[in-house]
Design a protein. Structure first.
Length: 152
């Protein structure tokens, strides 16, 4: 009985956390694709560097070092990091205001457009990651990560 209670508590803790991670991951797809491209290219050049060094007569240790350096250099030089622009495009801003205010006029003295996942923490400027909230609430929230209720 105690063991079942332990597993129930673990599930109650883990399910919201997994949901949170999935939501954040969906908002950072461009970053995940960039990292996978960089890692894939690095491994490709790593293997090629080892093969070239082995055929040239170097020891396995020297070949591995050469391949590692070549892979790291290729990953950083050939794959550029995605460009992140903090400015919110006008069409995105209009769509967010129309969705959240439902006909009420946007007043910059009362409202702010807020990033659900803060831009400084990797959030993007898409319609899914923006919302209109009260100015005081946005200033109080700062750059904190969203709570589970914000993601639902």
């Amino acid at each position: 009985m105690e063991q079942n209670l332990f597993w129930i508590i673990c599930v109650l803790i883990a399910v919201p956390y997994v949901f949170y991670v999935i939501q954040i991951g969906r908002r950072k797809q461009h970053l995940v694709r960039f990292k996978l491209r960089r890692i894939g290219l690095a491994f490709l050049f790593y293997g090629g560097g080892i093969g070239v060094a082995q055929r040239s007569g170097y020891s396995m240790r020297d070949s591995a070092i050469f391949g590692a350096l070549l892979g790291i250099a290729a990953g950083f030089v050939l794959v550029r990091a995605p460009y992140r622009n903090r400015r919110i495009p006008a069409d995105v801003k209009r769509a967010v205001i129309a969705r959240d205010l439902k006909g009420v006029r946007f007043d910059s003295n009362v409202h702010h457009i807020d990033h659900i996942v803060p831009f400084s923490r990797g959030g993007d400027t898409s319609v899914r990651n923006l919302r209109v909230i009260a100015k005081t609430e946005n200033l109080r929230r700062g750059a904190r990560m969203p709570k589970l209720k914000d993601l639902i």
